[in-house]
Design a protein around this ligand. Structure first.
Ligand SMILES: *Cc1c(COP(=O)(O)O)cnc(C)c1O
Length: 371
């Protein structure tokens, strides 16, 4: 079967003609940025859609992570996961904070709460877990530890747009949560991100920090950054909100097809989500186990040869990159589960416009090898 290459994701976009009126309004107002009308509308609409208290929009999630750490005045050491996108640890580095890597729970791919306490030192000020693939962290256990040791919790919820846990937005846990609207994510504004916070005072502080520290024309209260989302992205976000449920619904069909058809393939495991969880189907990770007929990288290459570009999210581990591998916590014996999952994972293509026929073709490629 010859076909166009398929990538792990393809951004979802609304009909172009529906975006034109938004652009006309921007051209007419001549307000391009600095928290203009679309920015304000999008913040409100998002808070409502997600069911969260306060939203602070950002140009991207990395700036939002860096700013979130500043907003809570985090210093010293922060406990985090090696099994994530590099931006998670980079946000600590940009604040001169030392990441302390703790191993993951291999069933969820998230930070293992049972291993957090032994990594806490007098320098520890916060925990920065990631809801990997939108799969909820053990938020109760993490909250208990944070309370006992007086630590802040900042969730990297970059994957968790629209996810719900026990009926609540997954972004409403912790002191702050950060979402990404990058082109590769479930919900995109080309580039974009947000901090979710729980009170108006924190929102005001974050809003100052993302605008150079300006409070008014002549008052600067902190060495802030330029993290503002432009009117273009905010307008697109408003329009995307009208379509997001449709996008997620189509992803759900794809995820179900993969789950059903891969269920009995020897040596291929799917990652299970807890039943109280409503997913956004942002990724479809599989684990290539030792009893599969090919190694993970052999399967990855074979899929690629057949036009199917999976991604090894997350390989290598963050703790294996040169700027982190010298840390004591980056030692691979400290991170055995993360190492193992990282060497077995392939995220299969999943996006709203992916045809079910393509999903079946991908499944067939994998199945044929297992026989
Ligand atoms: C995508 C991603 C980020 C960074 O988001 P940007 O909006 O691209 O800056 C951070 N953390 C995780 C886990 C991500 O997947």
């Amino acid at each position: 079967m010859v076909q166009k290459p398929i990538y792990v994701t393809q951004p979802s976009l609304p009909p172009l003609e529906e975006f034109i009126p938004f652009l006309e309004e921007i051209w007419h107002n001549k307000t391009l940025t600095n928290c203009g009308p679309f920015h304000q509308q999008f913040e409100k609409a998002l808070a409502e859609y997600l069911g969260v208290k306060y939203v602070c929009l950002f140009a991207n999630a990395t700036l939002a992570l860096v700013t979130a750490l500043q907003a809570l005045r985090i210093t010293g050491e922060v406990i985090t996961t090696p099994y994530s996108f590099v931006a998670t640890a980079h946000s600590l580095k940009w604040n001169s904070i030392q990441p302390v890597f703790v191993d993951i729970d291999p069933d969820t791919c998230n930070l293992d709460p049972a291993k957090i306490e032994s990594a806490i030192t007098p320098q520890t000020t916060a925990i920065l877990p990631v809801h990997v693939y939108g799969n909820p962290c053990d938020v109760d256990a993490i909250e208990r530890i944070a309370e006992n040791y007086n630590l802040k919790v900042i969730y990297d919820a970059a994957h968790a747009f629209g996810c719900k846990y026990r009926g609540e937005s997954l972004c409403s846990f912790g002191d702050l949560s950060i979402i990404s609207f990058h082109a590769t994510k479930v919900f995109n504004t080309f580039e974009g991100g947000a901090i979710i916070c729980q009170d108006a005072k924190t929102k005001a502080h974050i809003d100052h920090l993302k605008n150079f520290g300006f409070v008014d024309e002549t008052t600067v209260v902190a060495a802030g950054i330029n993290g503002k989302m432009s009117e273009f992205s905010a307008a697109l976000g408003l329009l995307q909100l009208q379509y997001i449920d449709k996008y997620i619904c189509k992803r759900q069909q794809i995820a179900q097809t993969y789950s059903t058809e891969l269920a009995h393939v020897k040596g291929i495991d799917c990652i299970n989500f807890p039943p109280e969880h409503q997913s956004n189907y942002s990724y479809f990770p599989i684990l290539v186990k030792p009893d599969f007929n090919l190694s993970r990288d052999e399967l990855y290459d074979l899929l690629k040869k057949n036009g199917i570009n999976g991604r090894r999210y997350f390989y290598p581990l963050i703790s294996d990159f040169p700027m982190y591998r010298g840390l004591p916590s980056a030692n691979k014996y400290n991170l055995l589960s993360a190492q193992e999952i990282s060497e077995q994972v392939i995220c299969l293509p999943i996006y709203a416009d992916l045809e079910l026929a393509s999903v079946r073709y991908i499944v067939k490629l994998i199945r044929d090898i297992s026989i």
